[in-house]
Design a protein around this ligand. Sequence first.
Ligand SMILES: Nc1nc2c(ncn2[C@@H]2O[C@H](COP(=O)(O)OP(=O)(O)OP(=O)(O)O)[C@@H](O)[C@H]2O)c(=O)[nH]1
Ligand SMILES: [Mg+2]
Length: 300
Amino acid sequence: MPTEKYCSGFVAVAGRPNTGKSTLINTLLNEKISIVTPKPQTTRHSIMGILTRPDHQIVFVDTPGLHQSGGRQINRVLNRSAGASVAGADLVLLLVEATGWRDGDDFALRRAQETAVPIVLVVNKIDRVKSRTQLLPFLDECAARADFLAMIPVSALTGENLERLLALVHEQLPAGPQLFPAAMTTDRGPEFRIAEVIREKLLMALREEVPYGLAVEVLQVEHRDDLMLVDVVIWVERDSHRGMVVGRGGEVLKQVGTAARVELEDILGQRLHLQTHVKVKENWRDSAVALRQLGYEESR
Ligand SMILES: Nc1nc2c(ncn2[C@@H]2O[C@H](COP(=O)(O)OP(=O)(O)OP(=O)(O)O)[C@@H](O)[C@H]2O)c(=O)[nH]1
Ligand SMILES: [Mg+2]
């Protein structure tokens, strides 16, 4: 319920790939907002996770992992999307892993510093550090790297210290109105979430070179009684990848479809029927036109 003291703001969650940005947002929201896999570069879009409390609203923005572009058009688009989310935020949570500073963290830190937005360093995955005394020298090392507004060790996986993180974010929020309805937890609609959960299951099911060449597009959604009929295309970059996605006797695609359906029925609270097709779009990751068609915008 908005009052005069109501606070609200945008908080970008940034960092190199695989540091736990999406996991953090899901745990904070207690909902699967953004897909998570052990593979780097899972997130490809900026996705809002909206947390509403009686006196404040925090709009977390999950971002693609910041990384050296490596020549591909899609990498430039992902970095630009993440950079734009950081630049438009009131606060940045820069995630690193408690197990040590990596080269990729320097790149992410520099990109965040290019904006004037204050940075809180979130030292994630503390559940992986055996003794807490190990953490102190690492925090000292981090403090020497930049002038962070604050540093906070957490575990996005177990939820440890996240209430403290929320209190810190709350303190930094500017006064402002409630920006989104209280019941709204993300800016992304059902079609996006369907495509993403299918992509997550594909990333988990497939090995190495195929996953990064995958895109999932929802072509059509039809409602029949209490059933949602969804027509989906899985795009691969090469003909040889099509067979790997389908699997022998269609086994891989069947497993992926079932896992995605079960999870999506829970997320959407609705019975689902998924119809999947696998098609080839050669080198779509290097084509600006294909990237736009598949929903990869530079910023929103
Ligand atoms: N042990 C442990 N693992 C974590 C924690 N947070 C995330 N992970 C794991 O780290 C991996 C990457 O997590 P994501 O949330 O997908 O990481 P991300 O930063 O969003 O990755 P990109 O989207 O690729 O940039 C997954 O296997 C997570 O389960 C944590 O606090 N502790
Ligand atoms: Mg992610």
